[in-house]
Design a protein around this ligand. Structure first.
Ligand code: 5GP
Ligand code: ZN
Length: 114
């Protein structure tokens, strides 16, 4: 998607603090962090949101989570815990319509959500 900010970041057209990359996903630091460690895990292929997922995407979405597990270990927050969020649509708080998994850690998360 030519007008998608995350596609531009993945292509390297817009700079970002990359923390991980493989053939399926790219992980970047959120520009406006909501926790000491706030990483966004993006599929390299554009998908608008959870609403646009197909069965063929199941392995890819699983890979977002196994990447989160790996990043948690690297950041030293695996044992302490962390929060993974995927906002969907306007009421879900989604502002960038390229699907992404938020990784929030490094401090106790607040409850209740929503
Ligand atoms: P959403 O609200 O869609 O769930 O999350 C979008 C996230 O992307 C927000 O937390 C926002 O701070 C982050 N974000 C928006 N634009 C940029 C950008 O250009 N670079 C980076 N690294 N993060 C961004
Ligand atoms: Zn995109």
């Amino acid at each position: 998607m030519s007008d998608c900010i995350f596609c531009k970041i993945i292509k390297g057209d817009i700079p970002s603090a990359n923390v991980y990359r493989d053939e399926q996903v790219t992980a970047i630091r959120d520009i406006n962090p909501a926790a000491p460690t706030h990483i966004l895990i993006l599929p390299n292929r554009h998908i608008d949101s959870v609403n646009a997922l197909s069965n063929d995407d199941e392995q890819l979405i699983g890979h977002l989570f196994t990447t989160a597990k790996q990043l948690a270990a690297q950041a030293g927050v695996a044992d302490g815990g962390y929060r993974l969020i995927m906002n969907t649509g306007a009421d879900g708080g989604q502002t960038v319509f390229h699907i992404h998994l938020h990784f929030l850690g490094g401090a106790p998360m607040k409850h209740p959500m929503g």
